[in-house]
Design a binder for this molecule. Structure first.
Ligand code: DGY
Length: 325
């Protein structure tokens, strides 16, 4: 980079490697309190910057993008998801937008399997039984204690067979699961790896003894897993969501978890994060995590590198690899 460094608004505190690289190559204004900036907070601080490095916690709907000062030419989001940015308005304004695909695939696939096993093997109940000191009180080990659901030989339905869906499928195959999937378009055989394609989500739900959600959050996928969808699923199925909370209708899932229609759920993402529907707190068959799918040091460093690579390319005059708008 030249001595005349571009000015960058760093809208979160990212891992040290990312902050150091940003500070080396850019004149940074940093959200050093790591506050949850709103769009208005970003606008108020963007009067003198060329670009913004953001996370998915800050939303960039049409009105925020329109009100960004004209000097802001690029928005690099430290996330693979980009539903928090109005890409059409960004394109119309000439704002370049990039995301960070690929680098978090394996970490999110790992968390998918963690949730699948934790939910189906009743890890929350087991953890609470032991850590509360209550295990002796229920007689210690016994043949009928905390019987869960085995994954071996079961059908795992993958809703959204992109990079993360395929990486989760590879792990599940190693556990002896049979993979079915729905995707907007059918994959080529080398990517399918024998997985059975369903041309509608409803057809997939009918066979999914386990369901793992990996599709994008769009108007079409909003509340796709609702009461009607759950009614199609096999009795006692397991639902895992590492994608976005709004793909699931909480009323329907909570009801199904209470009745046992759905045996268990493993959830890393929620409607209205970080304000999780409190009904999940009281459901022993809901294993819930605070959106940590990509939270390994290796992955978060790689996400930062990918975002900064995109920024570097833009300021060199090259095409950023992950350009969305
Ligand atoms: C992503 O990268 O989209 C993760 O969900 C973090 O926002």
């Amino acid at each position: 980079m030249s001595d005349n460094k571009p000015r960058l608004l760093v809208a979160r505190v990212f891992p040290p490697h990312v902050m150091e690289r940003a500070a080396r190559d850019y004149d940074c204004i940093v959200n050093s309190e790591d506050a949850n900036w709103t769009g208005a907070d970003v606008i108020a601080r963007a009067g003198d910057v060329d670009a913004i490095l953001t996370s998915a916690r800050t939303k960039y709907p049409a009105e925020v993008i329109r009100d960004l000062p004209a000097n802001v030419r690029m928005l690099a989001t430290f996330s693979v998801g980009y539903e928090h940015i109005d890409l059409d308005v960004a394109k119309a304004r000439g704002l370049v937008v990039t995301n960070t695909p690929d680098v978090l695939t394996e970490a999110v696939a790992d968390i998918t399997i963690l949730l699948l096993l934790a939910a189906s093997r009743r890890a929350r109940e087991g953890f609470e039984m032991v850590s509360s000191g209550g295990w002796p009180g229920v007689g210690g080990w016994k043949p009928t204690q905390l019987l869960g659901i085995g994954a071996q030989g079961k059908v795992l339905g993958i809703l959204g067979m992109g990079r993360i869906g395929r990486a989760a499928a590879a792990r599940a195959r190693a556990m002896g699961m049979t993979i079915h999937y729905h995707n907007r378009s059918r994959l080529t055989p080398d990517l399918e790896q024998g997985a059975v394609y369903h041309d509608t989500p409803q057809s997939l739900l009918k066979v999914s003894q386990f369901l793992s959600i990996h599709c994008e959050s769009t108007p079409q996928t909003h509340h796709l897993i609702n009461a009607e969808g759950i009614a199609l699923m096999p009795q006692g199925a397991v639902v895992v969501n590492t994608a976005r909370g709004d793909i699931v209708n909480d009323d329907a899932l909570v009801e199904a978890l209470k009745s046992g229609r759905i045996a268990a759920a493993g959830l890393d993402v929620f409607n209205g994060e970080p304000n999780v529907d409190p009904r999940y707190f009281d459901l022993p068959n809901a294993f819930i995590l605070p959106h940590i799918g990509s939270a390994t040091m290796e992955t978060r460093n790689a996400m930062g590198d990918r975002a900064l690579d995109n920024l570097d390319a833009f300021f060199r005059g090259d095409a950023p690899l992950d350009r969305l708008a």
